[in-house]
Every structure is written in C-alpha cells, then in structure tokens.
Design a protein. Structure first.
Length: 245
C-alpha cells in the first residue's frame, strides 16, 4: 500500500518569492553609456551616478524614447506557486525562462485553488469590452463548493490509479487546472515591464489591459520586488504610461 498523501488543501492566494537577482538601476546606466563612451565598467557607472537627478533623467529618456536594450542587462528569478491555468498564461510570455515541476517525475501535492470571497464572478459586456462584477453570496458559495467537490473527486481518482501502479504521467490526466504547480521564472527588466503592462490593470496605462485576476495577483507581487530593486526604472515605467520600452 502506498503512502497516504497529506490532507487536501484549498488556497485562494498565490506565492511569489524573489530568490535571486542581479538587477539595479546602475545596470541600465552602464549599458546605455557604452553607446557614447565605449568601454565602461559597472563599477565606474556606479561611481558616476551619485547625481540621482541626472541618473533618473537618463533612465526616463531611455524609457520615454523606447531605447529598450539597456533594460535587458539584468536578471530576476522568481519562485512562483499558482494554479496550472495561471502558468498557461505565464508561458505565453516568451521573453522569460521557465522551469516547472513535473507531474511525470513526482507525485503532485493535493493543493487546489478555490476563489476567495472577494473574487469577482460576473462578466458584463463582451470580450474586448467587458467588466467583472462581484457575485452574490449564493454564487460565491456555489463556486467554492463545486471547486472543492470536483478537486477532491479528481485527486481521489488520481490516487486510485497511482495505487494500482499506473504511471504518474498517465494518472495525472484526470487532475483539473486549479491544481497548484510551482516554477522558477527568470526575466530581465524589459521583459518584466512587458509582462506587467499586459497582466495588471492600472490607471495611467497608455494601453489598458484586462488580465484574469489570478495572474494579476502574481504580477502584483512581482511588481513589488521590481520597484524595490530598480526604483528609478520603475518610476520611469509608471511615468511613461507603463509601456515596455
């Protein structure tokens, strides 16, 4: 008899942790200045950039006029836990590197996403021009109850197949998209700004986007780390309509 897994868990949140970074505003400055000054070390750029207003001005110019390549000379690696349907949206962004846990090589944990009470449920309008509105208490209860029920039934089916000796890669086919997975995602600031411009809804955006709430939850956490690592770059991103250069 196989080991009985932990009790099924239901979550309405996501996890985003910054696990490694080599990213600062100085990275943008030294990359940009090689265009006009030839060879220049990162240490030299940092020494020259005591003048904050001058540094901010150069970064804002690069952002405003969409000189994008200087924003690529840095790296941020995030550890993300989220339901699989969120990862499918993540991986449409091809300016990043991904490594996700594999249901072929390990037994998946019984952790499933269930929308919280504050998750909007009603779509009003049509694709491309719609809003999401709160549901009633009864609708919220229905969504949560059905999600828990089907998740539990699916995982029990998965477990029965594993107990019968069925390969993990076959048994996993019954699992729903709200099961949690985990991955590392690595990207530079230019790629991250592209991601944020599409996966957050913010006032002041030149090109408003209407992301699914669950991937926006991930984007919001990534944005917090970005703002802390590269404050001048982040400020210029916001001041110029949240458009990736």
């Amino acid at each position: 008899m196989r080991h009985v897994p932990a009790e099924i868990q239901f979550r309405s949140d996501v996890t985003v942790e910054l696990v490694r970074s080599n990213a600062s505003d100085a990275d943008v400055l030294f990359a940009a200045r090689v265009s006009t000054q030839g060879e220049k070390t990162l240490e030299g750029a940092q020494a020259d950039d005591v003048d904050a207003s001058r540094s901010k001005g150069l970064i804002n110019y690069l952002m405003r006029d969409r000189h994008g390549s200087p924003f690529e000379h840095n790296s941020m690696t995030f550890y993300v836990q989220a339901p699989i349907f969120v990862f499918r949206e993540f991986m449409r962004h091809r300016m990043a590197s991904y490594n996700e846990e594999s249901g072929r090589y390990r037994e998946l944990n019984p952790v499933f996403y269930v929308p919280g009470a504050d998750r909007n449920l009603i779509q009003e309008g049509k694709p491309g021009a719609y809003n999401f509105l709160p549901g009633t208490a009864e609708q919220t209860e229905l969504v949560q109850a059905e999600a828990r029920k089907t998740s539990t039934e699916a995982f029990e089916s998965y477990q029965r197949m594993l107990d019968a000796g069925i390969a993990r890669e076959v048994a996993r086919i019954v699992l729903p998209l709200n099961i949690f997975s985990s991955m590392y995602v690595t990207m530079n600031a230019r790629a991250l700004m592209n991601f944020l411009s599409l996966r957050t809804l913010r006032e002041g955006s030149h090109f408003p986007s209407f992301p699914q709430r669950e991937i926006e939850m991930c984007a919001e956490k990534m944005e917090t780390h970005f703002a802390e690592l590269m404050p001048y770059t982040y400020e210029a991103f916001g001041n110029n309509g949240r458009v990736a250069p």
